[in-house]
Design a protein around this ligand. Structure first.
Ligand code: SF4
Ligand code: SF4
Ligand code: SF4
Length: 264
């Protein structure tokens, strides 16, 4: 067990919804905070930062140069750096820009674009070594608590590699894919408890790809059996910044992405 580890929960560019999910743990979070020293958790309180941390949880996408500097600096000061949420793990919603004409996107938002940085969007692991990823949009607070408790107890946790379908079928849901809806559950990492298919909404893949999933086969099945176009499949996979994680090489950044071959 790490004796009263120094932990931080840090936000880069994002909606901070993953921090809200953590706060939603309520009394169980307070119980956990008795066993740790909090070095930074802006949404809870403004703490004076210690020199070094044991565990840093990072939410959000490193978009600004300040974000990138911050995450690189934290990496040097912590034993474990753990990304939380689709923004930090995959690039998240902001990565939609990578799949479109990013200069045009900028003009939609700002009248005067001169002097405004418009970088390509990349997840945290592009900039620094990441020890563990807790994906999702937002994260599953129960999974976060489980990971945090294990780390505090000195056990390095693992995220079980099971598809969303595993939890969906435990809940005895009617399969949306079999009803002809584009549910990505078979190739997406489970652990969320399958809230979307349980609410009759197909899984959009906010937890990213399941390791070793036969993505190419699944992609072909969506087209051959269910009649979806490649463009429709790509648009779903773009939502949480997952599309480029399906490729051996990052996709072309400029213009609308044309998908030819997905990896297995
Ligand atoms: S992963 Fe989703 S909930 Fe979490 S910070 Fe990003 S947009 Fe917000
Ligand atoms: S609804 Fe989706 S997640 Fe559930 S079993 Fe069918 S394909 Fe899998
Ligand atoms: S079912 Fe899919 S989209 Fe919904 S929370 Fe789970 S991984 Fe994310």
């Amino acid at each position: 067990m790490i004796k009263k580890p120094n932990i931080a929960i840090i936000s880069l560019t994002c909606c901070e919804g993953c921090q809200v999910a953590i706060l939603d743990l309520g009394e169980r979070l307070l119980k956990l905070t008795e066993k740790v020293k909090i070095g930074d958790f802006a949404m809870l309180e403004d703490y004076p930062e210690p020199e070094n941390f044991d565990i840093v949880f990072v939410e959000g996408t490193p978009i600004t140069s300040e974000n990138i500097r911050r995450v690189k600096n934290l990496r040097q000061r912590t034993k474990y750096l753990i990304t939380i949420g689709a923004c930090a793990c995959l690039g998240g919603i902001a990565e939609l820009k990578n799949y479109q004409d990013k200069d045009q996107r900028l003009r939609y938002v700002y009248k005067n674009v001169e002097g405004i940085d418009n970088p390509d969007i990349k997840p945290v692991k592009h900039y620094v070594k990441v020890d563990l990823e807790i994906p999702g949009c937002p994260i599953n607070k129960e999974e976060f608590l489980d990971v945090a408790k294990k780390l505090v107890a000195g056990v390095f946790p693992k995220i079980p590699q099971r598809p969303v379908c595993y939890e969906c079928q435990l809940k005895r849901n009617e399969c949306l894919l079999q009803k002809g809806q584009p549910c990505l559950g078979p190739v997406i990492l489970g652990g969320c408890g399958a809230p979307c298919p349980s609410s009759n909404y197909p899984c959009d893949g906010c937890r990213g790809p399941l390791k070793g999933a036969a993505i190419n086969n699944f992609n072909n099945k969506l087209k051959e059996i269910y009649g979806f176009s490649q463009r429709e499949i790509d648009l779903i996979m773009q939502r949480f910044g997952m599309l480029n994680d399906m490729y051996p090489e990052p996709p072309a950044i400029k213009g609308n992405l044309k998908v030819n071959k997905l990896i297995d």
